[in-house]
Design a protein around this ligand. Structure first.
Ligand SMILES: [Zn+2]
Length: 271
């Protein structure tokens, strides 16, 4: 999600309340860390730990404590899914001892937004981290949630972490940071040739490959319905209320969808 004007992202509403993070074992050495901000992944190896994302600044102490329940090895890398503050907020406190790796557009969005904790390593197409005999790949497939989202792939685990390119409910299209509801599905479809059965979304519970396939199909159906109404010259205000989404798999509208993403998607499809 994102810190969009006037819209409180999930997990931010109770900012003052302590948030208990939860470790969920997904594979023998691979865990999901939930409870605040974006879903993190934690991979343990004999040479150290590879994280995906690092939630908010206020979560760092508990993140490291949770990692310590799994291994006495240090965190060595953070692979960033995208620039939003609920996925990169821990960067400033981790950068002293951890290499943080992001897509160049995600880093540029952090610069633009004056976010602290800029990654020292950025890439254009993809990168791989090899640690303790294990391999994690991060790859850019195109625009979607923003213009700097990646898929993080664990080939031996047959698992992919998609950040906010896949969330429980409806997509948040961050148009201010290069997001696109038109490009989004093609971006996701490029991950399907990868061999995986398990998906960690940016927010929400662990999913299966079929959940991703269904979500892509729902997204396409939404676009087709909007495009049809635009061809019928129906005004935007009417489309906003007339669009039917309650029959779509995995599609549960939230405030991001109704107040921001849907109006933006109608505009994008009108161009
Ligand atoms: Zn996000």
């Amino acid at each position: 999600m994102a810190l969009a004007g006037g819209l409180a992202p999930r997990g931010r509403a109770g900012a003052q309340a302590p948030e208990e993070l939860k470790l969920e074992q997904i594979k023998s050495d691979l865990y999901m860390l939930t409870g605040s901000g974006g879903n993190m992944a934690v991979l343990t190896t004999d040479e150290g730990v590879i994280l995906v994302d690092d939630k908010f600044d206020r979560n760092v102490t508990e993140i490291l404590a949770k990692v310590r329940t799994l291994t006495d090895k240090p965190v060595r890398y953070v692979l960033t899914t995208h620039h939003h503050g609920d996925h990169t907020g821990g960067n400033p406190r981790l950068l002293g001892s951890v290499e943080i790796i992001a897509h160049e557009n995600a880093r540029a969005n952090m610069v633009k937004g004056s976010q602290p904790g800029l990654p020292r390593v950025a890439f254009s197409d993809g990168a791989a981290v090899y640690l303790g005999g294990k391999e994690v790949r991060t790859r850019y497939y195109g625009r979607g949630h923003t213009n700097g989202d990646v898929a993080v792939y664990y080939p031996a685990h047959r698992l992919v972490h998609l950040g906010d390119l896949l969330v429980e409910g409806t997509p948040f299209i961050d148009y201010a940071n290069g997001g696109s509801g038109v490009a989004w599905t093609a971006t996701l479809e490029q991950t399907l040739p990868l061999d995986f059965d398990t998906v960690i979304p940016g927010h929400g519970p662990v999913m299966k490959r079929q959940d991703l396939v269904n979500w892509i199909a729902s997204f396409k159906t939404v676009r087709e319905r909007i495009a049809r109404m635009l061809r019928e010259k129906r005004p935007k205000a009417e489309i906003l209320t007339a669009l039917k989404v309650d029959d779509l798999a995995g599609w549960k509208p939230n405030q991001f969808w109704t107040k921001s993403s849907l109006p933006g998607l109608i505009d994008e499809l009108s161009r």
